[in-house]
Design a protein around this ligand. Structure first.
Ligand code: FES
Length: 161
């Protein structure tokens, strides 16, 4: 057994043969070590530490990391991926029920993503037909008139000076 994780929801007392080094996880998932560090930093994954302070990941996290990769490929924000994976525990081997709960959560996230893409598509079609490229009127070029918060004038041209 490896010492308990310092994180509350991190893995607990996992048999050594079920633990992988960061290099092994990177090789198995195709995710760079730096990305794994970042995922851990933002709470998407958790690891245990050896006596020498090296990271060890329970084998069951491979599935979780693969789902993070798929979510990213679909353009889903990491915060939404984290929400979708919330029902899947990291401190033990997830059960079938955990994955069923996560599936329902993923459906909600994907549905929201689909609606956002549809809305963007509708706005883009409108803009292609319109062609005004107005910084005041075009919600695609200047959503919620964000540029006006930076001050008056040609904000984008000013920034290029
Ligand atoms: S180009 Fe006219 S509204 Fe977007």
């Amino acid at each position: 057994m490896i010492p308990t994780s310092s994180q509350d929801e991190g893995p607990k007392d996992v048999p050594a043969e079920e633990l992988l080094s960061i290099g092994q996880v990177s090789e198995r998932t195709g995710v760079a070590r730096s990305a794994l560090h970042f995922y851990e930093e933002v709470g998407l994954i958790a690891s245990l530490r050896t006596a020498g302070n090296q990271r060890r990941y329970p084998r069951h996290l491979l599935r979780r990391i693969s789902l993070i990769t798929v979510g990213k490929q679909l353009g889903i924000a990491l915060s939404d991926i984290k929400r979708a994976l919330a029902p899947v525990p990291m401190d033990r081997l997830p059960s079938e029920e955990d994955w069923i709960r996560a599936t329902a959560q993923w459906k909600l996230v994907l549905e929201a993503r689909r609606r956002a893409i549809e809305e963007l598509e509708n706005r883009l079609m409108g803009c292609i037909g319109c062609g005004c490229l107005s910084m005041q009127a075009c919600s695609l070029l200047n959503p919620a008139d964000q540029l006006s918060r930076q001050g008056s004038g040609a904000r984008r041209l000013d920034a290029e000076d």
